[in-house]
Design a binder for this molecule. Structure first.
Ligand SMILES: [Ca+2]
Ligand SMILES: [Ca+2]
Ligand SMILES: [Ca+2]
Ligand SMILES: [Zn+2]
Length: 491
């Protein structure tokens, strides 16, 4: 019953080879982008509109977290997604009670499985929870479930979130009907800050709702720049920039890209009249479609924070998607960025990667020979030979769709001197940016844990690495941190 999804994940597991030496987080599938695509409509797959997600929780504890403390954090993370936007109708999570036994390495097969199944034949589901279409949240006290079932390559991952059952069939899935979230050992360690645990839970819940990874402001991650953490979306593939303490605070708060993603999956009736859409196509220098290009739309008034990304060509057959992302004739090179507020935008492309979608979403971990072409801005009448920095703006009215925002890449071959991204120094955040450095809630205090913001290691993978933090109060204090080997990836 291994549909092609696990095949696809294996590709991402290859990514984790890069990350094993760095971290301890779990390779998870894929700006807002979407984990699952309906092969017939090309639309992203989420839960049924207006549905409620009934979830069951492991009765065990998780390290220093009591069961009640862990459940309180999970509920708070669910509230964040439920309240993401007035234009998002995120499914409501409803607590149905505790599972009948503490789930651990000896009995997990009744509750979690690495394989997906479909309502067309629930008897094929690997676990009883899947056959019952139960959404489960598991505390994996000793990491045995993650290590034995969900994490490839013994990466020692620390959390996992994904859909587990779909309505329909493997070739024609309709909606997510059950999901699972597993929190591993490191989430309960005393040196794992509660804000970090929250960031992980919010991120993994995003996957269970159907969101994939995003890549925005990647220079901050690649070059380990301090001061940009508030501008990194929750669905970024990693804690980034590395090791700055307040990164974790920032991750627990949704960014505009995360909000646009959940709004696109679960729009309210008024979303289409209040929010706008930008559509276009990315072409190679020779005019043929180019897929797997990361496209970013930035609000000119707050370009670091209000940035939205999408991968070109994200239209594919469900099973094939997970292998090679095979595109429909209409999907090649195309992109659609939806749920954009009425603002003025610039458009840019970066990290052009061919044939392996996952790679685009782990910037900085790729060898240059896997990447193609240069970053550039969109300009009116974009051609294959203008300056990469030549940029036009477009104004998007409420409810408007702008089409034919096409970019012809100036260079689209494999090149060693490529321009990876438009430098962050290109952009200046608004003084009144809506990306906050920390959430409005002190989650440690919420569960009765006293935690100082000025001590601790700031990372949760236990791989060592010192943290010299210069976490300041503002987002403009940029500095380098020399701890490049101790980042924490979250997948
Ligand atoms: Ca347990
Ligand atoms: Ca251009
Ligand atoms: Ca061009
Ligand atoms: Zn992830």
């Amino acid at each position: 019953m291994l549909s092609a999804l696990p095949v696809f994940l294996k590709k991402l597991f290859i990514l984790s080879i890069f990350s094993i030496s760095l971290l301890g987080f779990e390779p998870r599938a894929l700006s807002y982008n979407f984990l699952y695509i309906n092969p017939t409509t090309g639309a992203p797959i989420g839960w049924e509109p207006e549905t409620t997600i009934h979830y069951y929780v492991d009765p065990g504890s998780l390290g220093r977290l009591t069961n009640e403390q862990a459940r309180t954090l999970i509920r708070a993370a669910m509230d964040i997604w439920e309240n993401a936007s007035p234009y998002a109708n995120t499914p409501r999570f409803v607590y149905e009670g505790l599972l009948p036994e503490d789930v651990d390495g000896t009995n997990y097969s009744s509750y979690v499985s690495d394989s997906k199944c479909y309502t067309s034949d629930l008897s094929l589901c690997a676990s009883q929870a899947q056959r019952d279409q139960k959404t489960v949240i598991i505390f994996d006290e000793d990491n045995s479930i993650l290590n034995n079932e969900l994490c490839s390559l013994g990466a020692g991952c620390s959390a996992y979130g994904e859909a587990s059952v779909f309505s329909g069939t493997s070739t024609a899935p309709i909606n997510i009907t059950a999901s699972m979230l597993v929190l591993g050992r490191s989430q309960g360690l005393s040196d794992t800050k509660i804000s970090s645990v929250m960031g992980t839970i919010v991120h993994e819940l995003g996957h269970t709702l159907g969101l994939a990874h995003t890549s925005i402001n990647e220079q901050a991650y690649i070059e380990n720049l301090n001061g940009y953490q508030r501008y990194i979306p929750t669905m970024f593939f990693s804690f980034a920039p590395h090791n700055e303490l307040s990164t974790e605070h920032a991750l627990a708060t949704l960014n505009p890209d995360d909000i646009a993603g959940i709004t696109t999956l679960y729009p309210t009736a008024s979303a289409s009249t209040m929010l706008g859409t930008i559509k276009g196509t990315i072409l190679k220098s020779d005019g043929t479609p180019m897929r797997h290009v990361n496209i970013i739309a930035r609000n000119s008034n707050d370009p670091l924070c209000e940035a939205y990304s999408f991968l070109s060509g994200l239209s594919c057959a469900f099973a094939a998607c997970n292998d090679h992302y095979i595109f429909t004739s209409t999907g090649a090179g195309g992109f659609t960025i939806s749920a954009l507020p009425s603002e003025t935008y610039t458009i840019e492309v970066e990290e052009v990667a061919n044939d392996n979608l996952g790679r685009t979403l782990a910037p900085g971990l790729l060898s240059d020979e896997d990447l193609y072409g240069d970053a550039e801005f969109w300009n009116t009448d974009d051609e294959a030979d203008e300056l990469n920095t030549l940029s036009s703006t477009l104004s998007l009215a409420a409810g408007e769709t702008k089409e034919n925002i096409n970019i012809i890449l100036n260079r689209s071959a494999i090149i060693s001197d490529r321009i990876k991204y438009s430098p962050l120094s290109t952009f200046t955040a608004s003084p009144s940016t809506r990306c906050s450095i920390s959430p409005p809630v002190d989650y440690a205090a919420l569960i009765g844990i006293s935690e100082s913001n000025t001590s601790g290691t700031g990372h949760s993978d236990g791989t060592g690495g010192t943290t010299s933090t210069t976490a300041g109060s503002g987002g403009t204090n940029i500095s380098h941190i020399n701890t490049a080997t101790s980042c924490s990836l979250i997948f």
